[in-house]
Design a protein around this ligand. Structure first.
Ligand SMILES: Cc1cc2nc3c(=O)[nH]c(=O)nc-3n(C[C@H](O)[C@H](O)[C@H](O)COP(=O)(O)OP(=O)(O)OC[C@H]3O[C@@H](n4cnc5c(N)ncnc54)[C@H](O)[C@@H]3O)c2cc1C
Ligand code: SF4
Length: 510
């Protein structure tokens, strides 16, 4: 046992880092425990071996079993300082106002309800955008929520491919606009973006991606936060409705260690957090314990790739740049009774290594060689929170640290599938208008947008967290990461996880 901290934060992703930001700046003594290591930066980050499952940061030491809904029976997870933000696409959307009051056809019989509104998060969205120096343009997104301030950074220049996508969408009467991105284009006091073709799923070789390990965590360390990388939390010891200490395994020293603090913040992500809670039987103490690990959402995503007669991206330049949100809440040209559909955003020409990894078999090999002919749009449809979609534990299978194996089961509802089907149609039209000779639709079955598994709510029997992410039944435990969301919306989750963490971090730091 070492010294006592004001707060221990488990996990250094969006939830953990943004909570730490508030606590450290309020003068609290904070220990952050992270199972992964720092990701080294340099020219090697541009290599094909530095993406997805191929990187050493894709941790397979604690494999997740995926019994239904995955593309593989076993999965690892990104595990590093900054969490998957280091590898993410940087797309930084705010949820829309109406996302906090979802319609009945999304909620179904899940009992999901948001105890907070957009207005409760608005100032924290501002703050998160400033901290992550998001570049973007306001006033053009047709479903944009109201905002108090402009984007902190101006948009970047569109690549030739992006201009074609924008023109094609405009020809269809749509209002395409710049994706809000966590990329440094204009701050010359640090490296600016080189517009390389390895951004999403790669770490930035030159520190121009505004990920947490680049922009947030080093500053917190300089202000006194203690970070212990390569430290995996294995037990949350508790008695008398308090977490009394945190038991860990130090992977470098190969020994156990234990820490204690007044406040414990669990930010291990929407798969890691419920797994730790269930492994420690904390669901038995919580009035909403039956929902822990349940209502797993991950969006329903597909890529509509255009196939072009020659190189799709002749400039060889970053082009994940354009968003189309005209279909978010339906559209006069879409014949559907659904009140919410989803979003479209550009996806760049893939790296051959990604395609070979994602599309198994011979087709993947052929496609891997032909990827220079592709570029496309990512369709993100909102998925419903369903009780049966879950993470549970197989206590008969333990990893090398003694943690029981998480088992995932996930099936999309007919409503989810309908929303994606509807969204793919205009995506094909936009792609056709860019000169593609045909298209290929690739369905994504990863859990990179996992949310919802330790949800907040108003009814204590239907939610494990109260409106301030306090874990019901334990007086010094908060869960602050993507787990908290009652519904998933149809835009990327990280900025909302960050804004909520800033909101709750401020409350906890008082
Ligand atoms: C390739 C990729 C691209 C993405 N692109 C985007 C994008 O463009 N825009 C967007 O909004 N979202 C994107 N996402 C999703 C986004 O990264 C996640 O939604 C977000 O990181 C989740 O934040 P979190 O706080 O819930 O947890 P995470 O960021 O996942 O952080 C959890 C942390 O806890 C650590 N941890 C887990 N278990 C333990 C343990 N037992 N002990 C110690 N530490 C532990 C993990 O190593 C990790 O660092 C992307 C994800 C991936 C994988
Ligand atoms: S596109 Fe820019 S931010 Fe992204 S990895 Fe390349 S240099 Fe870094």
């Amino acid at each position: 046992m070492t010294e006592k901290y004001d707060a221990i934060i488990i996990g250094s992703g969006f939830g953990g880092s943004m909570t730490a930001y508030k606590l450290v700046n309020a003068g609290k003594k904070v220990l952050m425990l992270e199972r992964g290591d720092w990701v080294k930066r340099g020219p090697e980050n541009w290599e094909a071996s530095q993406t997805l499952e191929l990187t050493p940061q894709y941790d397979k030491n604690s494999p997740l079993r995926v019994d239904s809904g995955g593309n593989k029976p076993f999965m690892g997870q990104y595990s590093c300082v900054g969490g998957p933000s280091v590898y993410y696409g940087g797309v930084s959307f705010r949820f829309r106002e109406k996302d906090f009051d979802p319609p009945a056809d999304i909620i179904g019989n899940s009992g999901a309800e948001w105890p907070i509104s957009y207005n409760d998060l608005e100032v924290y969205y501002d703050e998160a955008e400033k901290l992550l120096n998001i570049s973007g343009e306001s006033g053009v997104d047709p479903t944009e929520p109201h905002r108090n301030s402009e984007f902190p950074q101006k948009k970047g220049e569109l690549a030739a491919v992006s201009k074609k996508v924008k023109a094609s969408a405009e020809k269809l009467g749509l209002k395409p606009f710049h994706l809000p991105l966590a990329i440094n284009y204009h701050d010359s006091s640090r490296s600016v973006c080189q517009e390389c073709t390895t951004c999403d799923t790669f770490a930035c070789a030159v520190h121009a991606k505004n990920d947490l390990a680049t922009l947030i965590i080093p500053d917190l360390i300089s202000k006194g936060m203690e970070l212990r990388p390569n430290t995996i939390v294995v037990e949350l010891l508790h008695s008398n409705n308090r977490i009394t200490s945190i038991k860990c395994f130090d992977k470098e020293k190969e020994e156990s260690c234990e820490f204690t603090a007044d406040k414990i913040i669990l930010s291990a992500g929407a798969i890691g957090s419920p797994s730790l809670l269930l492994a420690n039987n904390l669901d038995k103490i919580n009035s909403g314990g039956q929902v822990i690990g349940r209502h797993l959402m991950r969006h329903l995503n597909a890529i509509i790739f255009g196939i072009y007669p020659g190189k799709a991206d002749k400039e060889q330049r970053f082009h994940k740049q354009v968003a189309i949100l005209d279909y978010y809440f339906g559209h006069p040209t879409l014949k559907t009774g659904l009140s919410k559909i989803g979003s479209l955003q550009q996806i760049p020409t893939p790296n051959p290594a990604i395609v070979e990894n994602e599309v198994p078999g011979v087709f993947g090999k052929i496609l891997g060689k032909a990827v220079t002919l592709l570029t496309g749009l990512l369709a993100i449809a909102e998925d419903q929170p369903q009780f049966e979609n879950r993470i549970e534990l197989d206590r008969n299978v333990l990893d090398k640290f003694g943690l029981p194996q998480p088992v995932i089961n996930h099936q999309y509802s007919p409503r989810d599938l309908e929303a994606l089907k509807v969204l793919i149609k205009p995506a094909k039209k936009i792609i056709a208008g860019t000169g593609a000779i045909t298209h290929y639709v690739h369905h994504i079955r990863t859990f990179s947008h996992a949310v919802g598994t330790v949800r907040m709510g108003i009814d204590p029997s239907q939610s494990a967290l109260d409106r301030d992410c306090k874990f019901r039944g334990i007086e010094n435990l908060w869960v602050i990461d993507g787990s908290f969301m009652p519904t998933s919306s149809a835009v990327n989750p990280s900025l909302t996880i960050a804004a909520n963490a800033l909101r709750v971090g401020e409350i906890i730091s008082k």
